[in-house]
Design a binder for this molecule. Structure first.
Ligand SMILES: Nc1ncnc2c1ncn2[C@@H]1O[C@H](COP(=O)(O)OP(=O)(O)O)[C@@H](O)[C@H]1O
Ligand SMILES: [Mg+2]
Length: 380
């Protein structure tokens, strides 16, 4: 522990001693996968899906018997890109397994023959392929899946931000993937996603290919008491202190969203010395610092919006969560002209992911942006 400079980790792999709770979720996810089931894991963004999956994949009972793969498809827009990033991840993850395993992979990927590159020292193949080299993504994808199903060890594939396949320009990727996945015996999947309505439509509507094909697991906010104890313990281990009420203030402000709390405690932890206490003042300063660091990016975002869009955004910021955005009550309270103007602004803000809608409530998912908009436009 003492080798870790700051125990509040905000990116990359979280070592066990800096990982808070998720005990029951870890067990459930591991159990479903080890029993041969696929899992659909959903939560809002930055709640801890990726962290949980990585945590489960690092457990001995998973790590030893399985090959594990993790692909984030948030930025992909076609089946070709999906196939490309999956292929790249399969090569990356199998590097430690050695040349024999990789050679078998290369011979399975017939459609990419001649495109694979070899390390001049070790002779190990790597995925030197470029996007354009994948000429028939549906063939290459089938080859990758066939390989995984016969890889010598059972495989677990986590696909993060799975709802993104709905945005692909190719038709029917959902049915294509389901067709392959259904046939696989040796390979199981975690489909993670942060858009509740889209994910539940995919997995709960009888008309959709993935209907009831995976065990659902919803990741909620960490428990307030457990998280408070965790934060207190992290500070104590480095000879620093923090009162429970201060942790709870941060928890409430960010509604328990893991990333925003961890980011603030990371900053606060770094700004006090051994023997000192993290007061509410330290927390306020830490939040100010973080907002300042994001200021350029936030200002740029605002400059891309029209005045109407900004007014709707700041109204939503002021409410934190709002259900009826096109009622006259809401429109009058914020002097927002007409319902159709509001609806147009909402559409644009949703499309750009600046706001989100969950269970019919609109809010700003980036809690730092939310605070910043409130300060800039609502004099909060
Ligand atoms: N159990 C946990 N304990 C400590 N930090 C966590 C935990 N789960 C997630 N985090 C941190 O919270 C942030 C968001 O987690 P992430 O897994 O990326 O969320 P998601 O995939 O749902 O968007 C990351 O900075 C990660 O380091
Ligand atoms: Mg994630």
């Amino acid at each position: 522990m003492k080798t870790i400079h700051n125990p509040f980790i905000t990116r990359g792999y979280i070592p066990d001693e800096c990982f808070c709770d998720r005990v029951s979720e870890t067990q459930r996810l591991a159990k479903s996968l080890m029993n041969g089931n696929d899992v659909v894991l959903f939560s809002p963004r930055r709640m801890g899906k990726t962290g949980l999956i990585t945590h489960v994949f690092e457990r001995e009972e998973i790590k030893r018997p399985y090959y594990t793969f993790f692909v984030d498809i948030l930025h992909t827009t076609s089946l070709r890109e999906f196939t490309f990033f999956l292929g790249k991840e399969v090569f990356r993850a199998l590097q430690p397994a050695g040349k024999k395993v990789l050679d078998k992979l290369v011979s399975a990927l017939k459609s990419l023959q001649g495109k694979i590159t070899y390390d001049s020292v070790t002779g190990q193949p790597s995925f030197g392929v470029s996007l354009g080299d994948i000429q028939r993504p549906e063939f290459t994808l089938e080859e990758i899946f066939n390989y995984l199903d016969n890889a010598g060890k059972p495989c677990l594939v986590a696909i993060d931000e799975f709802q993104q396949i709905n945005e692909y320009e190719d038709g029917n990727v959902e049915a294509l993937l389901r067709g392959h996945i259904q046939k696989m015996k040796n390979c199981h999947f975690v489909f993670a996603g942060s858009k509740r309505s889209i994910m539940s439509a995919m997995f709960q509507s009888p008309a959709r290919p993935f209907y009831k094909s995976a065990d659902p697991l919803e990741l909620k906010a960490l428990d307030k008491d457990i998280y408070s104890d965790f934060v207190g313990k992290m500070f104590n281990e480095y000879g620093k202190r923090i009162a429970k009420a201060v942790v709870e203030y941060v928890y409430d402000l960010f509604e328990g969203y893991t990333y925003y709390m961890q980011r603030v405690f990371n900053e606060a932890f770094a700004s006090i010395d051994r023997g000192e206490e993290c007061s509410i003042e330290v927390i306020r300063m830490s939040i100010d610092n973080i907002l300042l660091m994001n200021e350029v990016q936030f200002a740029e975002l605002m400059s891309s919006l029209t005045e109407n869009q900004k007014r709707v955004l700041s109204a939503i910021a002021n409410e934190a969560h709002v259900r009826n955005v096109n009622t006259s009550a809401f429109i009058n309270r914020y002097q927002l002209s007409t319902a159709s103007v509001v609806n147009a602004a909402i559409r644009k803000l949703l499309k750009e992911d600046i706001i989100t809608v969950d269970l019919k409530e609109y809010s700003i998912p980036d809690k730092f942006l939310w605070l910043w908009v409130n300060r800039q436009y609502n004099n909060a």
